[in-house]
Design a binder for this molecule. Structure first.
Ligand SMILES: O=C[C@H](O)COP(=O)(O)O
Length: 251
């Protein structure tokens, strides 16, 4: 399982760089513009320059409306700025068809510029609260649009977590559907260390985190702390090992 950490700007990205050995992907976002809020192109560029070259930089394109042209142009901005994972939050898409239309436009815009860049179609675990497309429709949206990954995050950051909205067995189905069509499965949404066991067991490829590695667990007022990134990674590795070995039966 890969660890994606979301700094809110250059300063926090530098803290991520200090913990670079413990993380896999640096994900640029602007949390005060929403769950998948988009940051400025120059911030993506500065962060690309600040983190080690072997760490991919991801950028969120926003909690986007059902406006394929607008979103495609924004996605191109992110890839031109140096991001190689382009994450799109399908906030304004109420049907799978709308999601596919938006993602097809994004895939074309991104891959025309940089074919090896990865496009991530993100839905929301708490879709029922905002009226957007159902979480289990996202793997098919990713597959039919040519996106590389299907992801879930939470739209409303009020302390509720991924599993409060989409329980582990439904997340397992999400991962299964993504893998069935050869997509990467990414899960996020106020994920805590306690969630890593189930996330690892169901075969999640990427776990996305911010709050859990910020001081006080506060994704808004707290700052990302390198030692919390290290601790989170240690727990991930422990879970992965336990999962690989299997838990001994207790009689
Ligand atoms: O992509 C991952 C998100 O930044 C998750 O943020 P969060 O852990 O604070 O919900």
């Amino acid at each position: 399982m890969l660890l994606l950490i979301s700094p809110d700007g250059v300063e926090e990205a530098l803290d991520c760089a200090k913990a670079a050995e413990h993380l896999d992907i640096v994900d640029v976002k602007k949390p005060d513009e929403g769950s998948l809020g988009a940051n400025f192109p120059w911030v993506i560029r500065e962060i690309r320059d600040a983190v080690p070259a072997d760490k991919p930089v991801s950028a969120t394109v926003g909690d986007v409306p059902y406006k394929p042209g607008t979103v495609a142009q924004a996605a191109l901005g992110a890839v031109v700025s140096g991001a190689t994972y382009i994450k799109v939050g399908l906030y304004g898409c109420t049907t799978p068809e709308q999601g596919i239309e938006v993602m097809r436009a994004v895939v074309r815009a991104v891959k025309d510029h940089r074919p090896e860049a990865l496009v991530v179609a993100s839905g929301y675990a708490d879709a029922h609260r905002i009226g957007c497309v159902n979480p289990l429709a996202v793997p098919d949206i990713a597959a039919r649009s040519g996106a590389d990954a299907a992801m879930l995050d939470t739209a409303i950051k009020d302390g509720t977590r991924l599993f409060d909205h989409v329980p582990p067995d439904v997340c397992a189905e999400f991962v299964r559907l993504a893998h069935e069509s050869g997509r990467i499965a990414a899960l996020a949404g106020s994920v805590k260390q306690a969630d890593l066991g189930p996330l690892s067991r169901i075969g999640t490829d990427i776990v996305g985190v911010r709050g859990a590695v910020c001081e006080g667990g506060d994704r808004n007022a707290g700052r990302i702390q390198p030692h919390l990134v290290a601790a989170f990674r240690a727990e991930m590795d422990r879970q992965a090992q336990e999962h690989a070995v299997g838990v001994p039966a207790v009689n």
